[in-house]
Design a protein around this ligand. Sequence first.
Ligand SMILES: C[S@@+](CC[C@H](N)C(=O)[O-])C[C@H]1O[C@@H](n2cnc3c(N)ncnc32)[C@H](O)[C@@H]1O
Length: 271
Amino acid sequence: MIAPGSQSIYDQNRYIWNRRVLQGAAHTRMASEHDFQRPLQVVDPRGWLGKSVHGRRVLCLAAGGGLQSVLLASAGAEVTVVDLSPAMLEQDRRLAASRGLPLRLIEGSMDDLSMLGDACFDVVIQPVSTCYVPDIVRVYKEVARVIVASGLYLSQHKQPTSLQASAQPGPQGYTINEGYYRHEPLPPVLGGHEHRESGAVEFLHRWEQLIGSLCRSGFVIEDLQEPNYADPMAAAGTFQHRSQFIPPYVAIKARRSPASPDTTLSLFIRS
Ligand SMILES: C[S@@+](CC[C@H](N)C(=O)[O-])C[C@H]1O[C@@H](n2cnc3c(N)ncnc32)[C@H](O)[C@@H]1O
């Protein structure tokens, strides 16, 4: 399942996400009529954004697909979407056009936001997606640059243990098969993995990279939650069964500190 003419991991992942749209695969769902009746609850079930996003400049990072963007726009936010997949962005465009919602759509990669100016967003929202880039620090640095001081960065990520562990239980249950300290991508998966995307090139980011690098990039973590998909009644090998033992995702609420890490350091040295 290699993309024709694929030169890089970005080409491959673009191809896979375009294909997932054609297949109507998981995580390509567009907002429904019901979602538009409670847009903020769908995008932000934890209430981290507060009661209103009206007039706030929001970057939906790697969040194409016609879900987060249109719902936030319908709640009054000024929304920009950056996503690698033209097919995912096309879903945003179509749904926004049908409802008369303004959206700015940009095809690009989360680790190079050079098309965006400094400090031009009040909020950055990033659904699970950092697994598709080798260097999460580049993403964090770019987000730190484009967000205003005290701006909110809400992100979700795949948990490292979930990426290390087998998809199906064996006699010993789910087992850790992949190394933790690694630079190379995870071996590609084919077929029915619900915690991985078949054919995509994915990277494991360690906890010190997910959390430590976020702090070192100029953010303060205000909350952290593990969305719970566990179901004790689920059949062995299903996503819900596996989630009883291994949480698939982590959600992080971070705020850009008013001073950049460099400024903080120089103030410290001077005092
Ligand atoms: C899990 S989907 C998230 C959006 C979806 N609306 C959802 O809520 O599930 C992951 C998204 O990341 C995008 N993506 C993958 N690699 C990317 C990259 N390097 N830069 C930007 N977006 C990327 C994919 O095209 C896809 O739209």
